[in-house]
Design a protein around this ligand. Structure first.
Ligand code: HEC
Length: 146
């Protein structure tokens, strides 16, 4: 049953090759792979390719990837990921809730800490270690989180 099914599929593929010729079939296969790619990683790949080609990417070419942001937030959860948003060290103080805020707002806040426009010392220290891509990824991640 299963064998005949896969055989039929194989036969269809073979017919497709015969009908459309090899080149068109390859083009169809490539298109199918493109569609199968998840949109964010596809967009990020395109942004990376653009960055490579241009040497330095313009800010508008950077696309935030929430999945990548989830892997970069280990430096943030110590302060922003705790209940009640209070840090415990060195003294207890409140930290703003960043999850669920708008992506653009988070991005501009982080860039303001990085440039010194916002003066908070610990956030500035952290933000200066972030690239534009890190900021975009982290903003996408926190914007999509509750
Ligand atoms: C040492 C604790 C600490 C760490 C670690 C930390 N933050 Fe913060 N963060 C703060 C505090 C405190 C503020 C509020 C600063 C102020 O008053 O401007 C803040 C503010 C922010 C804001 C602005 C929020 C708003 O409502 O305007 C953003 C965005 C932010 N942090 C993102 C991050 C990200 C992303 C990371 C990880 C890369 C991170 N923070 C790591 C303590 C921390």
């Amino acid at each position: 049953m299963l064998n005949s099914l896969s055989f039929n599929t194989g036969g269809d593929m073979l017919n497709a090759f015969k009908q459309f010729g090899f080149r068109q079939s390859v083009a169809v296969a490539i298109a199918a792979v493109g569609v199968a790619c998840s949109a964010p990683s596809f967009a990020q790949g395109a942004a990376k390719a653009a960055a490579k080609g241009a040497g330095a990417a313009a800010p508008t070419e950077i696309v935030g990837n929430a999945q990548a942001g989830a892997k970069k937030n280990s430096a943030c959860i110590g302060c922003h990921g705790i209940p009640e948003y209070r840090t415990a060290f060195p003294v207890t103080y409140r930290v703003p809730k960043i999850a669920g805020q708008s992506e653009k707002y988070l991005e501009s806040a982080l860039k303001a800490y990085r440039s010194g426009e916002r003066p908070h010392p610990s956030m500035k220290g952290i933000a200066t270690t972030l690239t534009d891509q890190d900021i975009a990824d982290l903003s996408a991640f926190y914007a999509g989180k509750n």
